[in-house]
Design a protein. Structure first.
Length: 159
């Protein structure tokens, strides 16, 4: 008895125009692979590429005094590896603000806070910073930074 060649399994699907379309399983796997890669979040892509993703969840001004005014109002912004993350947020002493912004990084990420002086008092004031290295954090981490008369708690995660 002669052996018949094996056929590749076929998948039938109904299209919107009500015509039957036959698709080979290799085409389905190809489409599935493309969809998998296009549906990654930036956090997932950073991990796949061998890096990590830093998320700054919140800032709390323990002391807001970079400008030296009695009102103690900082116009704070964040940088990660020199790249600005979001805009300025006005802080007074004791105020907390949710941030929810992040950035991908390779081996390490330098996080710094600045008080924007917008040309009024000259150069922006450095409020302190820290370096994140290694893999994911276990939950949320908190680091206190100080500089130019201000002190902040930075709430962050690495995923």
């Amino acid at each position: 008895m002669a052996k018949q060649p094996q056929k590749q399994p076929q998948i039938h699907e109904k299209t919107m125009s009500n015509f039957d379309k036959t698709t080979s399983t290799s085409e389905v796997f190809s489409v599935a692979s493309e969809q998998l890669l296009t549906e990654l979040t930036p956090e997932q892509a950073a991990v796949i590429e061998g890096g990590a993703f830093l998320i700054v969840d919140a800032l709390q001004a323990i002391t807001a005094g970079a400008d030296g005014f009695p009102s103690g109002n900082d116009d704070t912004y964040i940088t990660v590896n020199g790249q600005r993350l979001g805009g300025e947020i006005g802080f007074t002493t004791g105020q907390r603000s949710d941030i929810g912004l992040g950035a991908a990084f390779g081996n390490s990420a330098r996080v710094e806070l600045f008080d924007a002086d917008s040309g009024f008092n000259g150069k922006d004031d450095n409020l302190g910073g820290f370096t994140v290295t290694g893999g994911p954090t276990t939950g949320q981490a908190i680091t206190r930074v100080s500089g130019s008369g201000s002190t902040y708690d930075v709430y962050y995660r690495v995923v």
